[in-house]
Design a protein. Sequence first.
Length: 151
Amino acid sequence: MEEFKSKIKKRIFIFKCYVFVATFVVIYDVFGGVFDILKSGDFKDGMVDGQSFGSMIALAIMAVIQIIRLSRVLNDEIQLKMLYNKEHDERLKAIRSKAGMPMIMIMSILMFAAGIVGSYFNEVVFYTLFAAGFVQLTIGAILKIYYLKKL
């Protein structure tokens, strides 16, 4: 169980790092955008900036929620055992692997992150990566629901 606790602590650290980076990016977006507007006199494309900004804030909020949830799990031995059992459930592992869930989730998150970075350079790249990420997540969710009912 100590190995699992260290795994949870590592997850908390990764989420904290993301929140730290996201905070600086959001602050830069807010104040950098104001300075750009003052310099150039025109607004950037609002939809792309808004989507990037909103995505960063939403992911940061979800990371904070996960930090709080995992911190509570670390303090309660019963919840720690329940989380351990949930993560090591063979049926759910089979469903996730058949649906390709770990890789689909990772690739979609990387596409969203690349879309946010790409939005600063090219609008088409942003739309393409976000659309591909949403399609991947949708297909993964459909497969997961299908295998949940089938298995």
